[in-house]
Design a protein around this ligand. Sequence first.
Ligand code: NA7
Length: 536
Amino acid sequence: APAKGPADVDVVVVGAGIAGLYALHRFRGSGLTVRVFEAGDGVGGVWYWNRYPGARCDVESVDYSYSFDDALQQEWNWSEKYATQPEILAYLEHVADRYDLRRDIEFGTRVTDIVLDEQTLRWQVDTDTGRAVSARFVVLATGPLSNANIPAIDGLDTFAGQILRTSHWPHEGVDLTGRRVGVIGTGSSGIQTIPCVAEQAERLHVFQRTANYSVPAGNTPLTDQDRAAHKANYPERTRLSMASGGGSPHQAHPQSAIAVSERERREAYEKRWALGGVLFSKTFPDQLTSLAANDTAREFWEQKVRAVIEDPAVADLLVPRDHPIGTKRICTDTNYYQTFNRDNVELVDLKATPITRIDAAGVHTTDAHYPLDTLVLATGFDAMTGSVSRMNIVGRGGETLNHAWHEGPKTYLGLGMSGFPNLFNLTGPGSPSVLANMVLHSELHVDWVAAAIGFLDARGAVALEARQEAVSAWVLECVNRAAGTLMMQANSWYLGANIEGRPRVFMPFVGGFGVYGEIIAEVAAAGYKGFDIIEA
Ligand code: NA7
């Protein structure tokens, strides 16, 4: 039976992940009534679902933390440089408890429909439990990586063994000891989990379609001294992060990769390699805009990686050939390449021998059959728009958001959509999104929306709605900025290229997190330029 929550509220927030939790706290703090609907049975979003062995964040834990309350920063102790999934989930559960958030979250409740009443400009929100609520504002905090991609492989449903998905890993955990395991997918999730699976499994077959660039995480435990230093330095770290390209405090080298000497270049790359992880793609400022600059990074990477792989033929397969480094998100690993030196691990090159079908006993490729007990799908997400597209969102004139976005997502600043007054999308297409630190990005967006609501209420206005021409101009701005980079040269999920039928449009705003923050602040300061303010 439908739960007994309120029938109408000021704001409905969809999703209780990083963005949704802070949205609830922030909006409630400004005196609004808020209801959060969450499909999972707990808080955490991505960090609730993705429980596969080896799952970690590729942003340093100290930076992947909320900045809105210094007391929270001071009391929480991260144990490692890069936090594991269980630790991040524990942190988010702590946040939910500390700010008493759960009382306004309805778990196990998936939003199905969000429909505008054009007379009242209120939204009717329906869910799969029958629970329905009316709201003045709807904030989509559904996350850019929450709708799993299940590959359409012939016979997948006939497999008699166990199928595991990295994005929906069983809560009770899985013991793979003694099993013959296959992993399909070598993106971030596959690359993190493969070394852990290899340690347990009797035999592991890694089915690789496209090789990726991965940089060692360089993870280490944090000492009391490290933590004390971070805690003393939080304001400065946050300030630098907010102004940076990707939401972390580390600055790129001031010069072009080509302008410096061979020795200086090498030193800069060595330093970033030691820092670990994704920031390797931002060692030099022109690495993602100049192919010559990018080549220097790619060559450095290749030398490092080949040095740890024993079989040169296997190394040939693990080195990407199809895209410049960093034009797909760089993966972050712990012993990924070394895993292929193990006797119980075999790399299957799907480019040479594609999967033809799956049967009860295992995977068929064009030249072999691999008998398996367990199949792990690390096959990614219908990213950026996937979770939004699963809901029936209907705005003015019966127009659905899916129809409005059929040629690619169309937003103003990533936040507003024309024809959808008072509906805000967080950390999605048209914003830096996955190119930035998602915690600080969530705060930036939620604070902006909270201020916009405050602005409307102060003048007694009803709604904020992006103007069509502002949307068109922003879409063009995003396209032009992406065209000025190397990002269009990869078939990445940034472009929806991994999902059949999605238009090929670069979805995130690539101009940098700090630049984006300035743009949206200017829009607000100019009285929400580009939005219609609908008076009562
Ligand atoms: P990704 O990065 O999208 O990786 C998915 C992987 O699955 C990738 O290697 C794909 O190969 C592979 N894939 C997908 N479908 C198939 C089929 N049908 N056959 C074989 N291989 C397939 O997802 P992740 O979860 O690893 O990471 C997503 C983000 O989460 C990551 O960037 C971080 O920001 C966090 P393909 O490249 O398409 O050939």
